[in-house]
Design a protein around this ligand. Sequence first.
Ligand SMILES: Nc1ncnc2c1ncn2[C@@H]1O[C@H](COP(=O)(O)OP(=O)(O)OP(=O)(O)O)[C@@H](O)[C@H]1O
Ligand SMILES: O=P(O)(O)OC[C@H]1O[C@H](OP(=O)(O)OP(=O)(O)O)[C@H](O)[C@@H]1O
Ligand SMILES: O=C(O)c1cccnc1
Ligand SMILES: [Mg+2]
Length: 587
Amino acid sequence: MEFHNNFVCPLLTDLYEVSMVYAYWKSGRQNNISAFDLFFRKNPFRGEFTIFAGLSQILKFMETFKVTVEHINFLKQILPNADPEFFIWFKEELKLKDVIVYAPIEGTVVFPREPLLRVEGPLAACQLLETVLLNLVNFPSLVCTNAARYRLLCGPNKQLLEFGLRRAQGPDGAMSASVYSFMGGFDGTSNVLASLTSGIPIYGTHAHAFITSFSGLSDLEQHADEPLGNSSVPFREVCMRNRQALSCEYTNDGELAAFISYALCFPQTFLCLVDTYSTEESGIPNFLVVSLSLVQCGLRPVGVRLDSGDLAYLSKFARTKFKELDEKVISRYLFWLTQKQAVYSFHATQVGIILDDFKFENLKIVASNDLNETTLSSLELQGHAIDCFGIGTNLVTCQSQPALGCVYKMVEIEGSPRIKLSQEIEKVTIPGRKKCYRLFGKERVPLLDLMVHVSEDEPKAGHRVLCRHPFIENKRAFVSPALVASVRLESTCPAYCLCPGHSSARLCLEGRPIQKFYAPLSAVAYSSCNYRTLYEIRQYVQEQLKYFREDILRPVNPTPYKVSLSDDLFTSLHSLWMAASPIADLC
Ligand SMILES: Nc1ncnc2c1ncn2[C@@H]1O[C@H](COP(=O)(O)OP(=O)(O)OP(=O)(O)O)[C@@H](O)[C@H]1O
Ligand SMILES: O=P(O)(O)OC[C@H]1O[C@H](OP(=O)(O)OP(=O)(O)O)[C@H](O)[C@@H]1O
Ligand SMILES: O=C(O)c1cccnc1
Ligand SMILES: [Mg+2]
């Protein structure tokens, strides 16, 4: 997946990371071997799942990590009292070559407290990466999850388009939103640059301005006096006759002119915004006049966009009108009318051929206007006739939850596990370097995820394993998985890298993707030494979402998915917790 941002460089970090790097260096601990976990504590959008995204960008960043002279000069300004030797070390020796990042495949469904990244290596380098890695995971995963939720809500057959460029948080927010919405299951974007840079399918209609720029039929250009398609009659005239035949004389003239003009420019992809004046009284009737005219010229109109009003009612209204037109045409009423008036050069057979494989009933209805999960669910409940949803603001700004709260915590240093305590139990970190497995039941439904210490054996299919709630002692279960997949794993290949020729960082991805068990035929062969394409990741997201229980994925009050610890990990967590907690002295 190729999409990169020039802001992403070693100084895209918080000052406190640089301060700590200096302090580590000053005390000679910069090369102490450390391990950090990047994880979140709560799924976004009151949901119970998250899609992990952003890995491709991380790989790209780590591959191209380079401290420049400009960076060093600025660091000298912001750390004026630092030892000059520090800057030499920062420029010449602070490299990522000894940093290893373990991660699930991009697009994996993940859950709270699971390490999305485990970053291992020299303390200073791992620390410096904290902020940028959080930045590169948080927003992509949030938008990707948001998009996946919309896809689940609408089912696989509706078209979902991302329209958010104008509302996103700056150009970078917009570009990321386009890419990660597609990854999460959208079908395309209106964002031209995102399509250019990431190959996302591009779609678009037109805005109200195009309609309001016409005040009447006299605004129609000369082009309208030429025939279109296989007709020999000027297109304007075909439209005027149909306006009469369909009794649409009182619709808005400017709107009709705009539709005719648009049809002349886009005769193969004619899709109109119909709500500028009145969807019922003007937009739909005008659209049908021009659509019928296109059909009579041997062309196929595409559909309408509704951008205001009651979208359930108006979409059904539009569909009914489309069907009525089919009926009129099929009963040859219009054909008879047109013949009688001897306007068209059609033969009965020509009209017959066109009508055989074209039905107005199947015209596409696109809806937009501040759509969000609540309005989409409500529309589903009410019943509607919408084929395609264009979603902007709520999707790209993630209005209902604007940030995913990933954190980056040290879990081990120089081989010794580390814990961070908190008054809130949920915030206590799980110490040590961990691997995570997804345990599946007989029906190949994920039962729970299990974290074990890297030194432990992996759970095996058919073997009973004790799975413990991280914090509540009596919550535990024996699980005999039918299948086990690694959500993250230790690399079996000691120093393999993600792409040939890359030597600045070692990034170990799991070698046994979950989909291996489910879609061996359709899955695109996965090589851990290659980037996956955006399309492959998008497909992987959808494949996984089919396996999870519906109650875990449902939008409202979903059931939490269990993330548990091995008995050894549980014991080590709780003994460290005890050892690290000071004993209060009450008197
Ligand atoms: N049938 C429906 N059920 C639930 N929500 C709907 C339905 N139809 C439209 N909506 C939503 O209701 C809101 C209506 O928005 P708004 O108050 O801006 O009115 P409008 O129709 O856009 O009027 P305007 O002509 O001012 O643009 C939008 O968020 C839209 O997505
Ligand atoms: O509503 P969103 O989900 O963000 O989708 C994008 C919106 O952007 C466009 O118009 P814009 O809102 O700029 O103007 P309009 O509301 O007057 O159509 C479009 O017509 C949608 O309404
Ligand atoms: O193509 C559209 O209809 C579109 C694009 C961006 C925003 N709103 C609508
Ligand atoms: Mg709007």
